[in-house]
Design a protein around this ligand. Structure first.
Ligand code: OSB
Ligand code: MG
Length: 369
Protein backbone atom coordinates (compact mmCIF):
# COMPACT_ATOMS: atom_id res chain seq x y z
CA UNK A 1 0.00 0.00 0.00
CA UNK A 2 1.10 3.55 -0.69
CA UNK A 3 1.38 5.84 2.33
CA UNK A 4 0.00 9.12 1.03
CA UNK A 5 0.11 11.19 4.20
CA UNK A 6 0.25 11.03 7.98
CA UNK A 7 -1.94 13.22 10.17
CA UNK A 8 -1.08 13.97 13.80
CA UNK A 9 -3.74 15.21 16.21
CA UNK A 10 -3.64 16.18 19.83
CA UNK A 11 -6.91 15.60 21.66
CA UNK A 12 -7.75 16.54 25.24
CA UNK A 13 -9.79 14.15 27.36
CA UNK A 14 -10.49 14.57 31.08
CA UNK A 15 -10.32 11.33 33.08
CA UNK A 16 -13.48 10.27 34.93
CA UNK A 17 -11.26 9.80 38.00
CA UNK A 18 -7.69 11.01 38.57
CA UNK A 19 -4.91 8.43 38.30
CA UNK A 20 -1.97 8.56 40.71
CA UNK A 21 1.27 6.55 40.55
CA UNK A 22 4.50 6.86 42.52
CA UNK A 23 5.56 9.56 40.02
CA UNK A 24 2.48 11.75 40.10
CA UNK A 25 -1.23 12.38 39.58
CA UNK A 26 -3.04 12.86 36.24
CA UNK A 27 -6.50 14.45 35.97
CA UNK A 28 -6.73 14.90 32.24
CA UNK A 29 -4.97 13.38 29.25
CA UNK A 30 -3.34 15.07 26.29
CA UNK A 31 -3.42 12.29 23.71
CA UNK A 32 -1.54 12.10 20.41
CA UNK A 33 -3.46 10.26 17.69
CA UNK A 34 -2.03 9.41 14.31
CA UNK A 35 -3.78 8.62 11.06
CA UNK A 36 -1.99 6.94 8.17
CA UNK A 37 -3.76 7.67 4.87
CA UNK A 38 -3.03 4.64 2.65
CA UNK A 39 -4.68 4.04 -0.74
CA UNK A 40 -8.08 5.24 0.39
CA UNK A 41 -7.92 3.48 3.76
CA UNK A 42 -7.15 5.20 7.07
CA UNK A 43 -5.10 3.34 9.68
CA UNK A 44 -5.21 4.75 13.22
CA UNK A 45 -2.56 4.70 15.93
CA UNK A 46 -2.20 6.22 19.38
CA UNK A 47 1.06 7.42 20.85
CA UNK A 48 0.96 6.34 24.49
CA UNK A 49 3.40 8.95 25.82
CA UNK A 50 2.34 10.83 28.91
CA UNK A 51 2.02 14.58 29.35
CA UNK A 52 5.45 14.61 31.02
CA UNK A 53 8.65 12.53 30.70
CA UNK A 54 8.01 10.75 34.03
CA UNK A 55 7.06 7.15 33.15
CA UNK A 56 9.60 7.18 30.31
CA UNK A 57 11.85 9.80 28.77
CA UNK A 58 9.38 10.39 25.93
CA UNK A 59 6.40 12.71 26.28
CA UNK A 60 3.70 13.96 23.95
CA UNK A 61 5.66 16.95 22.64
CA UNK A 62 8.86 14.97 22.00
CA UNK A 63 6.82 12.32 20.17
CA UNK A 64 5.04 14.85 18.02
CA UNK A 65 8.23 16.39 16.71
CA UNK A 66 9.98 13.02 16.35
CA UNK A 67 7.17 11.67 14.21
CA UNK A 68 6.75 14.85 12.21
CA UNK A 69 10.45 15.44 11.53
CA UNK A 70 11.99 11.95 11.40
CA UNK A 71 9.53 9.05 11.26
CA UNK A 72 6.67 10.14 9.02
CA UNK A 73 9.04 11.36 6.24
CA UNK A 74 10.55 7.83 6.09
CA UNK A 75 7.22 6.26 5.12
CA UNK A 76 5.24 9.02 3.40
CA UNK A 77 5.24 8.61 -0.37
CA UNK A 78 6.48 5.01 -0.10
CA UNK A 79 4.97 1.61 -0.76
CA UNK A 80 4.78 -0.62 2.28
CA UNK A 81 3.56 -4.21 2.14
CA UNK A 82 3.11 -4.81 5.82
CA UNK A 83 3.44 -3.28 9.30
CA UNK A 84 6.19 -5.83 9.85
CA UNK A 85 8.53 -3.89 7.52
CA UNK A 86 8.32 -0.68 9.51
CA UNK A 87 10.84 -1.23 12.37
CA UNK A 88 13.70 -1.63 9.87
CA UNK A 89 12.82 1.68 8.24
CA UNK A 90 13.12 3.43 11.63
CA UNK A 91 16.46 1.80 12.45
CA UNK A 92 18.44 5.04 12.20
CA UNK A 93 16.45 6.78 14.95
CA UNK A 94 17.56 5.70 18.43
CA UNK A 95 14.95 5.29 21.13
CA UNK A 96 11.61 7.12 20.74
CA UNK A 97 9.87 3.78 20.85
CA UNK A 98 6.43 5.16 21.70
CA UNK A 99 6.60 7.53 18.74
CA UNK A 100 7.67 4.65 16.47
CA UNK A 101 4.90 2.41 17.80
CA UNK A 102 2.19 4.97 17.04
CA UNK A 103 3.16 4.99 13.38
CA UNK A 104 3.93 1.29 13.01
CA UNK A 105 0.65 0.31 14.67
CA UNK A 106 -1.36 2.66 12.46
CA UNK A 107 0.17 0.88 9.46
CA UNK A 108 -0.79 -2.54 10.88
CA UNK A 109 -4.32 -1.20 11.29
CA UNK A 110 -4.34 0.04 7.68
CA UNK A 111 -2.93 -3.30 6.48
CA UNK A 112 -5.66 -5.27 8.29
CA UNK A 113 -8.32 -3.04 6.72
CA UNK A 114 -6.73 -3.35 3.25
CA UNK A 115 -6.65 -7.14 3.57
CA UNK A 116 -10.14 -7.20 5.09
CA UNK A 117 -8.98 -9.26 8.07
CA UNK A 118 -9.11 -8.56 11.77
CA UNK A 119 -6.00 -7.03 13.30
CA UNK A 120 -5.82 -9.73 15.99
CA UNK A 121 -5.65 -12.46 13.36
CA UNK A 122 -2.98 -10.56 11.45
CA UNK A 123 -0.93 -10.41 14.67
CA UNK A 124 -1.29 -14.17 15.15
CA UNK A 125 -3.84 -14.11 17.98
CA UNK A 126 -5.96 -17.10 18.95
CA UNK A 127 -8.12 -16.02 21.89
CA UNK A 128 -11.80 -15.24 21.32
CA UNK A 129 -12.11 -13.47 24.66
CA UNK A 130 -9.56 -11.89 26.94
CA UNK A 131 -9.39 -11.63 30.72
CA UNK A 132 -9.37 -8.17 32.28
CA UNK A 133 -7.92 -6.73 35.44
CA UNK A 134 -7.77 -3.17 36.73
CA UNK A 135 -4.97 -0.89 37.81
CA UNK A 136 -6.08 1.32 40.70
CA UNK A 137 -4.03 4.39 41.49
CA UNK A 138 -3.05 5.84 44.85
CA UNK A 139 -6.09 7.49 46.48
CA UNK A 140 -6.53 10.26 49.05
CA UNK A 141 -7.32 7.67 51.73
CA UNK A 142 -7.18 3.90 52.20
CA UNK A 143 -10.98 3.90 52.71
CA UNK A 144 -11.42 5.38 49.23
CA UNK A 145 -9.12 2.73 47.79
CA UNK A 146 -11.11 -0.07 49.46
CA UNK A 147 -14.32 1.38 48.02
CA UNK A 148 -12.84 1.41 44.55
CA UNK A 149 -11.67 -2.18 44.89
CA UNK A 150 -15.20 -3.16 45.96
CA UNK A 151 -16.64 -1.46 42.86
CA UNK A 152 -14.21 -3.17 40.46
CA UNK A 153 -14.73 -6.62 42.00
CA UNK A 154 -18.48 -6.15 41.71
CA UNK A 155 -17.99 -5.27 38.02
CA UNK A 156 -16.31 -8.66 37.52
CA UNK A 157 -12.63 -7.76 37.07
CA UNK A 158 -10.36 -10.75 37.58
CA UNK A 159 -7.28 -9.12 39.05
CA UNK A 160 -6.80 -6.04 41.17
CA UNK A 161 -3.49 -4.17 40.88
CA UNK A 162 -2.78 -1.32 43.23
CA UNK A 163 -0.09 1.28 42.93
CA UNK A 164 2.38 1.39 45.83
CA UNK A 165 5.18 3.66 47.04
CA UNK A 166 7.01 4.07 50.35
CA UNK A 167 4.37 5.06 52.92
CA UNK A 168 1.52 3.60 50.82
CA UNK A 169 2.34 -0.09 50.68
CA UNK A 170 2.41 -2.67 53.53
CA UNK A 171 -0.22 -0.76 55.50
CA UNK A 172 -2.48 -0.63 52.43
CA UNK A 173 -1.93 -4.25 51.35
CA UNK A 174 -2.74 -5.37 54.91
CA UNK A 175 -6.11 -3.59 54.82
CA UNK A 176 -6.91 -5.04 51.38
CA UNK A 177 -6.07 -8.58 52.45
CA UNK A 178 -8.09 -8.30 55.65
CA UNK A 179 -11.13 -7.47 53.50
CA UNK A 180 -10.44 -9.90 50.64
CA UNK A 181 -8.16 -12.80 51.62
CA UNK A 182 -8.41 -14.68 48.33
CA UNK A 183 -8.66 -12.24 45.42
CA UNK A 184 -5.95 -12.16 42.77
CA UNK A 185 -3.97 -9.12 43.89
CA UNK A 186 -0.79 -7.49 42.64
CA UNK A 187 1.04 -4.21 43.14
CA UNK A 188 3.02 -1.82 40.95
CA UNK A 189 5.76 0.41 42.37
CA UNK A 190 6.79 2.19 39.15
CA UNK A 191 10.40 2.17 40.37
CA UNK A 192 9.71 3.68 43.80
CA UNK A 193 12.24 1.55 45.77
CA UNK A 194 15.96 0.82 45.86
CA UNK A 195 17.81 -2.39 46.64
CA UNK A 196 18.53 -1.14 50.22
CA UNK A 197 14.83 -1.64 50.84
CA UNK A 198 14.94 -5.37 50.04
CA UNK A 199 14.07 -6.25 53.64
CA UNK A 200 11.04 -3.94 53.50
CA UNK A 201 9.99 -5.43 50.16
CA UNK A 202 10.31 -8.90 51.66
CA UNK A 203 7.44 -7.80 53.90
CA UNK A 204 5.20 -7.94 50.78
CA UNK A 205 5.64 -11.73 50.67
CA UNK A 206 3.06 -12.21 53.44
CA UNK A 207 0.25 -10.93 51.17
CA UNK A 208 0.32 -13.72 48.61
CA UNK A 209 0.57 -11.30 45.68
CA UNK A 210 0.46 -12.50 42.09
CA UNK A 211 3.42 -10.18 41.45
CA UNK A 212 5.19 -6.97 42.36
CA UNK A 213 5.69 -4.83 39.29
CA UNK A 214 8.89 -2.82 38.66
CA UNK A 215 9.99 -2.29 42.27
CA UNK A 216 13.44 -0.85 41.34
CA UNK A 217 14.90 1.60 38.84
CA UNK A 218 13.12 2.06 35.50
CA UNK A 219 16.21 1.10 33.49
CA UNK A 220 17.46 -1.73 35.69
CA UNK A 221 17.54 -5.47 35.15
CA UNK A 222 20.60 -6.59 37.15
CA UNK A 223 19.44 -5.42 40.59
CA UNK A 224 15.97 -6.84 39.97
CA UNK A 225 17.69 -10.23 39.53
CA UNK A 226 19.38 -9.73 42.90
CA UNK A 227 16.08 -8.73 44.48
CA UNK A 228 14.13 -11.63 42.93
CA UNK A 229 16.47 -14.06 44.69
CA UNK A 230 15.40 -12.54 48.01
CA UNK A 231 11.65 -12.50 47.41
CA UNK A 232 9.07 -15.27 47.27
CA UNK A 233 6.73 -12.95 45.34
CA UNK A 234 7.23 -12.95 41.57
CA UNK A 235 8.71 -9.78 40.14
CA UNK A 236 7.06 -8.51 36.94
CA UNK A 237 9.07 -6.08 34.82
CA UNK A 238 7.37 -3.21 33.00
CA UNK A 239 9.55 -0.10 32.44
CA UNK A 240 12.87 -1.91 31.90
CA UNK A 241 11.63 -4.27 29.18
CA UNK A 242 12.21 -1.96 26.23
CA UNK A 243 12.76 -4.62 23.56
CA UNK A 244 13.12 -8.38 23.02
CA UNK A 245 16.80 -8.29 23.93
CA UNK A 246 16.02 -6.76 27.33
CA UNK A 247 13.37 -9.44 27.84
CA UNK A 248 15.86 -12.18 26.96
CA UNK A 249 18.40 -10.71 29.36
CA UNK A 250 15.86 -10.41 32.19
CA UNK A 251 14.75 -14.00 31.73
CA UNK A 252 18.30 -15.32 31.52
CA UNK A 253 19.30 -13.44 34.66
CA UNK A 254 16.19 -14.43 36.62
CA UNK A 255 15.21 -10.77 37.07
CA UNK A 256 11.47 -11.52 36.79
CA UNK A 257 8.99 -14.37 36.50
CA UNK A 258 6.33 -12.38 34.64
CA UNK A 259 6.53 -9.69 31.95
CA UNK A 260 4.13 -6.83 31.26
CA UNK A 261 4.05 -6.05 27.52
CA UNK A 262 3.08 -2.53 26.50
CA UNK A 263 3.14 -2.16 22.75
CA UNK A 264 4.17 1.50 22.95
CA UNK A 265 7.00 0.93 25.42
CA UNK A 266 8.62 -1.68 23.16
CA UNK A 267 8.29 0.26 19.89
CA UNK A 268 5.32 -1.35 18.17
CA UNK A 269 3.49 -4.58 17.37
CA UNK A 270 6.46 -6.29 15.70
CA UNK A 271 8.64 -6.08 18.81
CA UNK A 272 5.69 -6.85 21.12
CA UNK A 273 5.01 -10.09 19.23
CA UNK A 274 8.73 -10.96 19.40
CA UNK A 275 8.72 -10.53 23.18
CA UNK A 276 5.52 -12.53 23.44
CA UNK A 277 7.06 -15.42 21.46
CA UNK A 278 10.28 -15.36 23.42
CA UNK A 279 8.42 -15.41 26.76
CA UNK A 280 6.21 -18.21 25.48
CA UNK A 281 9.24 -20.37 24.65
CA UNK A 282 10.77 -19.52 28.03
CA UNK A 283 7.53 -20.30 29.93
CA UNK A 284 7.26 -16.73 31.24
CA UNK A 285 3.60 -15.65 31.27
CA UNK A 286 2.85 -12.16 29.94
CA UNK A 287 -0.02 -9.70 30.26
CA UNK A 288 -0.93 -6.51 28.46
CA UNK A 289 -0.21 -3.27 30.29
CA UNK A 290 -2.12 -0.02 29.82
CA UNK A 291 -1.21 3.66 29.54
CA UNK A 292 -4.62 5.29 30.15
CA UNK A 293 -5.28 5.01 26.41
CA UNK A 294 -8.23 6.31 24.49
CA UNK A 295 -10.26 3.70 22.64
CA UNK A 296 -7.80 3.69 19.75
CA UNK A 297 -4.83 2.49 21.81
CA UNK A 298 -7.17 0.32 23.87
CA UNK A 299 -8.41 -1.49 20.75
CA UNK A 300 -4.79 -2.21 19.81
CA UNK A 301 -4.11 -3.58 23.30
CA UNK A 302 -7.13 -5.85 22.95
CA UNK A 303 -5.91 -7.22 19.62
CA UNK A 304 -2.45 -7.93 21.08
CA UNK A 305 -3.96 -9.64 24.14
CA UNK A 306 -5.41 -12.40 21.93
CA UNK A 307 -1.96 -13.97 21.51
CA UNK A 308 -1.69 -17.25 23.33
CA UNK A 309 0.85 -16.44 26.04
CA UNK A 310 -1.20 -13.50 27.36
CA UNK A 311 -2.15 -15.84 30.20
CA UNK A 312 -2.74 -13.30 32.96
CA UNK A 313 -5.49 -10.65 33.07
CA UNK A 314 -4.29 -7.39 31.48
CA UNK A 315 -4.77 -3.74 32.44
CA UNK A 316 -7.23 -3.60 29.55
CA UNK A 317 -10.45 -2.41 31.07
CA UNK A 318 -13.74 -0.82 30.01
CA UNK A 319 -13.85 2.60 28.32
CA UNK A 320 -16.23 3.93 30.97
CA UNK A 321 -13.60 3.52 33.71
CA UNK A 322 -11.63 6.29 32.00
CA UNK A 323 -13.89 8.43 29.84
CA UNK A 324 -17.35 9.97 29.82
CA UNK A 325 -17.40 9.22 26.12
CA UNK A 326 -14.72 7.21 24.32
CA UNK A 327 -13.57 7.92 20.75
CA UNK A 328 -14.56 4.49 19.39
CA UNK A 329 -17.83 2.78 18.59
CA UNK A 330 -18.75 0.47 20.24
CA UNK A 331 -16.96 1.46 23.43
CA UNK A 332 -14.89 -1.26 25.13
CA UNK A 333 -17.16 -3.24 27.43
CA UNK A 334 -16.22 -5.87 29.99
CA UNK A 335 -18.68 -8.63 30.86
CA UNK A 336 -19.73 -9.42 34.45
CA UNK A 337 -17.26 -12.33 34.21
CA UNK A 338 -14.41 -9.90 33.54
CA UNK A 339 -14.00 -10.70 29.85
CA UNK A 340 -13.85 -8.73 26.62
CA UNK A 341 -15.29 -10.55 23.61
CA UNK A 342 -13.15 -10.23 20.49
CA UNK A 343 -14.78 -8.99 17.29
CA UNK A 344 -14.22 -10.76 13.95
CA UNK A 345 -14.67 -7.53 11.96
CA UNK A 346 -11.82 -6.22 9.80
CA UNK A 347 -9.26 -3.98 11.50
CA UNK A 348 -9.68 -3.54 15.24
CA UNK A 349 -13.43 -4.16 15.10
CA UNK A 350 -14.03 -0.71 16.61
CA UNK A 351 -14.98 2.30 14.48
CA UNK A 352 -13.30 5.64 15.10
CA UNK A 353 -15.73 8.48 15.99
CA UNK A 354 -14.25 11.08 13.67
CA UNK A 355 -16.75 13.82 14.62
CA UNK A 356 -15.96 13.49 18.30
CA UNK A 357 -12.23 13.50 17.56
CA UNK A 358 -12.63 16.72 15.54
CA UNK A 359 -14.31 18.33 18.55
CA UNK A 360 -11.59 17.22 20.94
CA UNK A 361 -8.70 18.23 18.67
CA UNK A 362 -6.55 21.16 19.83
CA UNK A 363 -3.82 20.92 17.18
CA UNK A 364 -3.27 19.04 13.95
CA UNK A 365 -0.51 18.60 11.39
CA UNK A 366 -0.41 16.62 8.16
CA UNK A 367 2.86 15.34 6.73
CA UNK A 368 2.76 14.78 2.94
CA UNK A 369 5.33 13.41 0.53
O1 OSB B 1 2.91 1.30 35.20
O2 OSB B 1 1.29 0.33 34.25
C1 OSB B 1 1.85 1.37 34.61
C2 OSB B 1 -0.42 4.30 33.68
C3 OSB B 1 0.50 5.25 33.33
C4 OSB B 1 1.83 4.95 33.45
C5 OSB B 1 2.25 3.71 33.90
C6 OSB B 1 1.33 2.74 34.24
C7 OSB B 1 -0.03 3.05 34.15
C8 OSB B 1 -1.09 2.13 34.54
C9 OSB B 1 -2.41 2.35 33.86
O3 OSB B 1 -0.98 1.28 35.41
C10 OSB B 1 -3.15 1.13 33.51
C11 OSB B 1 -4.39 1.48 32.71
O4 OSB B 1 -4.27 1.97 31.57
O5 OSB B 1 -5.46 1.27 33.26
MG1 MG C 1 3.59 -0.71 35.52
Amino acid sequence: MKIEAITLREIHMPLVHFFETSFGRTYSRRILLLTAHCDGVDGWGECVTGEDPFYSSEWIDSSWITISRYLAPVVVGHLIGSGREVPNLFGKVRGHRMAKAALENALWDAEAKQKNVSLWKLLGGTRKEIACGVSIGIQDSVEQLLERIQTELAAGYRRIKVKVKPGWDVNVLEKIRSGWADITLSCDANSAYTLDQAEHLRGFDQFNLLMIEQPLWHDDIYYHARLQKELRTAICLDESIVNARAAAMAIEMGACRIINIKVGRVGGFSEAVKIHDLCHESKIPVWCGGMLESGIGRAHNIALSTLENFRLPGDVSASKRYWKEDVIDPEVEVSPRGLITISDKPGTGYLVKQDLIEKLTVRQETIRG
